[in-house]
Design a protein around this ligand. Structure first.
Ligand SMILES: Cc1cc2nc3c(=O)[nH]c(=O)nc-3n(C[C@H](O)[C@H](O)[C@H](O)COP(=O)(O)OP(=O)(O)OC[C@H]3O[C@@H](n4cnc5c(N)ncnc54)[C@H](O)[C@@H]3O)c2cc1C
Length: 583
C-alpha cells in the first residue's frame, strides 16, 4: 500500500521546549519546517517545569559560568561530556536573555534585574556555598517559556501538525535518515514525512515507573523509534528520582521550595539533611537528597501511619512569600492532599522525574552511532530525549530547561547548515512505511494481551527492581522479569479498531516505545557494578572511575551493550578531574 507523502526541508518531532526552540531557529532561517506533536505544543511536559532555568548572571551575588560548569560536571558525577557542559554553561546567560527578549516574564529584583533563587547543587567558588542561579517565573517557569517560544514560532510561520504521532524513522540503504512515518490521530491515516533532516525532541519516558512526576505522554517515543531503527541509546540506566513528589500522588513539588528556605523533616522532627550534606543540607543534589530520604524511611524514621514518607516544611516562610514565589505548589498541595503548606508541612517521597540517558548526540545536536561516534546523516536530537551528555549520571535542577534552549538552538543551527548543503531530498527507500503499517496491523490481531495489563506489570517491575537503591539480585531478577514482559508486549492487542481518534491505538503504540526504554534501563543497570550519580548500588557503594568512567550504549538488536569514552576535553578550559562528590 502506498502512503501519502508530505515533503518538508526539516521535520521536528516534539513541540516542547527543545522542539520549539529548534523549530524557531529553522523557520527564522527560512527552512521549511513542520513540528509534529502528540498534543498541542503548549501542553508538552515542559509546561509543568516549575523551579527555574539556570544562568550565572550573578544578579544577587557573585557568580560565573566556570562555577556553573564545575557544579554540572560534579553533579553529573564525572560522567558528563565536558565539551558539551562547557558549551551549555557558557551560553546560559545569552540563552536566558534571549528568552527574556522573546517576552518571557521573569520575576524581578527591586533594581529590575532578573530574580534568582538557589537550587540543589548550584554553588559558588567551585562548590563552597549555595549560590542564586535559577531564573524563574514564580513556580511556573516552563509554562511561561513554552508560551513565549510558541508565539515566536507562530510569528516565524512554523507549520504545526498537532495530534500527530511519529511512528518510525525512515532510513535509506546507506543508513541516512530521510524522514518519519506519522499517524494523524483525527483520521487514523498514516503519512510519510519526507525530509532532508529529522530532529527529535520527544522528551522523557518517566512513565516506565509506577510513581512518576511525568505527564502521561512521556512515553519515550523518540528512544523507542531510534532503537527500532538500529541506533543505540546512551546511559539509560541513569534515572533521576526527585526528592519531593507529593506522597501518594507523584505530582512534583519544586525544589524551589527548598531554594526559598523550606526543609525536610523526619518522624522525630529532625532536619536530617544536616547529617547527610553538612554544607548544602537540603540543597544537596537530587540523588543525594533522595537517597537520604529513602534511608530515613527504610530505617523507620518515616512519617505517617505507614512511616512511608517525610515532611517538607515551609510554613515558616510566611503566606506572602509562598503566594508570591510558590503559588502553584500551594494550589497542588491543597487540591491533591487537602494540605495548605502555609499552615502544615507537605508529605513527600522520592519520585521518578528525569531520564538522564537518551539518543547519543554531540553538542551540535548531531546524532552519533557507536563507540566511534559516527554522525548519522540527516538525524538530530535535543532536549530530554537526547544525551549530549551534559547531565551524565545525575542532572542538576534547572539545567534541563537550559539544555532545551541551548541544544535546541544548536541542533537547529546544524540542521540549517545541513539543509543548505543538501539541495535535493534523498530518495525514500522503496518499502518506506511498510514497517509501521505492519506494527499497526499486529495490534489488531484477534488474540493477545491488553496493553494496560502488560504496562502495569512493567511499571511495577521497574519500581521494584530499578529504583532509588539497586542490588545485583534485584536487577538480575528484574532483567528476567522485564524480558518476559518485553515478549508479552509483542503480543498486545487493541479491541477498538476504529480509525477516528482511536486513543487505544495511540496508547498501544506509545507503550511499545516505553517498554523498549524499560528493558534497556534494566539491562544497562544490571551490568554497571558501581554507584555513580543516580545509579546507587547497595552492593557497590563506591564510584569506580578505573572501570566505569564510560558511557553505556544499549542496542535493541541482541539486547547488547557497548561502552564508549567520556569526553574529557572541554572546548577552551582545563579538564576538571574527578574528585569525591560531597555537598
Ligand atoms: C513536573 C516537572 C517539573 C520540572 N521542572 C523543571 C525545572 O524547573 N527546571 C528544569 O530545568 N527542568 C525541569 N523539569 C525537566 C524539564 O521540564 C524536562 O526535561 C523538559 O521540559 C523536557 O523538554 P523536551 O522539550 O525535551 O520535551 P517535552 O516538553 O516533554 O515535549 C515532548 C514533545 O514531544 C512530543 N512527542 C513525543 N513523542 C511524540 C511522537 N511520537 N510523535 C509526535 N510528537 C511526539 C510531545 O507531544 C511533546 O510536544 C521538570 C520536569 C517535570 C516532569
Amino acid at each position: 500500500m502506498s502512503l501519502p507523502i508530505l515533503k518538508f526541508d526539516a521535520v521536528v518531532v516534539g513541540g516542547g521546549g527543545a522542539g520549539l526552540r529548534a523549530a524557531l531557529q529553522l523557520s527564522e532561517a527560512g527552512v521549511k519546517t513542520v513540528v509534529l506533536s502528540k498534543v498541542f505544543p503548549t501542553r508538552s511536559h515542559t509546561a509543568a517545569a516549575q523551579g527555574g532555568i539556570s544562568a550565572s548572571f550573578g544578579n544577587s551575588e557573585e557568580d560565573n559560568w566556570h562555577w556553573h560548569m564545575y557544579d554540572t560536571v560534579k553533579g553529573a558525577d564525572w560522567l558528563g561530556d565536558q565539551d558539551a557542559i562547557e558549551f551549555m554553561c557558557k551560553q546560559a546567560t545569552d540563552a536566558v536573555a534571549e528568552l527574556e527578549h522573546y517576552g518571557m516574564p521573569f520575576d524581578r529584583l527591586e533594581n529590575g534585574k532578573i530574580y534568582q533563587r538557589p537550587f540543589g547543587g548550584h554553588m559558588a567558588e567551585f562548590g563552597k556555598k549555595p549560590v542564586r542561579r535559577a531564573c524563574a517565573v514564580a513556580d511556573r517557569t516552563g509554562h511561561a517559556m513554552l508560551h513565549a517560544l510558541y508565539q515566536r514560532n507562530v510569528k516565524a510561520q512554523t507549520h504545526f501538525f498537532v495530534e500527530w504521532m511519529a511512528l518510525d524513522i525512515i532510513r535509506n540503504a546507506n543508513g541516512d535518515v530521510v524522514g518519519v512515518t506519522a499517524l494523524e490521530m483525527e483520521t487514523g491515516q498514516v503519512y510519510i514525512i519526507h525530509a532532508k533532516a529529522v530532529l527529535f525532541a520527544t522528551g522523557g519516558s518517566g512513565r516506565i515507573y509506577q510513581a512518576s512526576t511525568n505527564a502521561f505522554i512521556n512515553t519515550g517515543d523518540g528512544v523507542g523509534m531510534a532503537l527500532r531503527a538500529g541506533l543505540p541509546v546512551e546511559d539509560i540506566e541513569f534515572w533521576q528520582f526527585h526528592p519531593t513528589g507529593l506522597a501518594g500522588a507523584g505530582v512534583l513539588i519544586t525544589e524551589g521550595v527548598r531554594g526559598e528556605g523550606g526543609y525536610l523533616l523526619n518522624a522525630n522532627g529532625e532536619r536530617f539533611m544536616e547529617r547527610y550534606a553538612p554544607t548544602a543540607k537540603d540543597l544537596a543534589s537530587r540523588d543525594v537528597v533522595s537517597r537520604a530520604m529513602q534511608v530515613e524511611i527504610n530505617e523507620g524514621r518515616g512519617c505517617g501511619t505507614n512511616k512511608d514518607h517525610v515532611l517538607l516544611k515551609l510554613d515558616h516562610l510566611g503566606a506572602e512569600v509562598i503566594d508570591q514565589r510558590l503559588p502553584g505548589i500551594r494550589e497542588i498541595s491543597i487540591q491533591f492532599l487537602g494540605i495548605d503548606p502555609v499552615k502544615q508541612p507537605i508529605p513527600v517521597v522520592p519520585t521518578c522525574h528525569y531520564m538522564m540517558g537518551g539518543i547519543p548526540t554531540n553538542y551540535k545536536g548531531e546524532v552519533l552511532d557507536g563507540v566511534d561516534e559516527k554522525v548519522v546523516s540527516g538525524f538530530y536530537a535535543a532536549g530530554e530525549c537526547a544525551c549530549a551528555s551534559v547531565h551524565g549520571a545525575n542532572r542538576l535542577g534547572t539545567n534541563s530547561l537550559l539544555d532545551l534552549v541551548v541544544f535546541g538552538k544548536s541542533a537547529g543551527n546544524s540542521v540549517i547548515d545541513f539543509v543548505k548543503a543538501t539541495p535535493e531530498h534523498k530518495e525514500l527507500p522503496e518499502n518506506a512505511g511498510a514497517y509501521s503499517l505492519e506494527r499497526i496491523a499486529k495490534l489488531e490481531s484477534t488474540t493477545g494481551e491488553k496493553v494496560a495489563d502488560v504496562r502495569r506489570d512493567m511499571q511495577i517491575c521497574m519500581q521494584q527492581h530499578a529504583s532509588v537503591f539497586r542490588t545485583q539480585k534485584a536487577l538480575d531478577e528484574g532483567v528476567v522479569k522485564m524480558r518476559e514482559i518485553y515478549e508479552r508486549a509483542k503480543n498486545v492487542v487493541i479491541e477498538d479498531k476504529s480509525k477516528v481518534f482511536n486513543t487505544a491505538r495511540v496508547e498501544a503504540l506509545e507503550f511499545l516505545n516505553t517498554v523498549e526504554v524499560a528493558l534497556a534501563t534494566m539491562i544497562a543497570a544490571s551490568v554497571r557494578t558501581e554507584s555513580r550519580g543516580a545509579h546507587a548500588r547497595e552492593d557497590y557503594p563506591d564510584r569506580n572511575d578505573e572501570k566505569w568512567m564510560k558511557h553505556t550504549l544499549y542496542y535493541r538488536d541482541g539486547q547488547r551493550l557497548e561502552y564508549k569514552e567520556v569526553h574529557t576535553k572541554p572546548l577552551t578550559v582545563d579538564y576538571i578531574p574527578p574528585a569525591k562528590r560531597v555537598y
